[in-house]
Design a protein around this ligand. Sequence first.
Ligand code: ZN
Length: 105
Amino acid sequence: MSVRPVRRSGKKPAPLPEDRPLMGTRRIVIDGGEVMELVTVLRDPETPEERKEIQDVFKNNIPNVRMRLVKKDCPKCQGKAFIEVAHDPQHPRLTESHECGCVWE
Ligand SMILES: [Zn+2]
């Protein structure tokens, strides 16, 4: 028999970080049937420490997690993670996409 916790009030306690892991692993099967575990980000980081953790773990694979790290209210990229840069002032419409620095802030 399982015991259900009784809710005393309508107020929910703040979930503990352990209940909402920042990262987890996902199993994928690669060629030959070998199983690999990939680290995956499960939710957006909420503190500078969590951002740092993701940046450290994914430093070589940032494209996979860029949208988790981008600052949604970034004045430069407006949360798109890319900014258009014109290299030649003579041709301002010739632009290139660059990753916005806010991903790494
Ligand atoms: Zn930005």
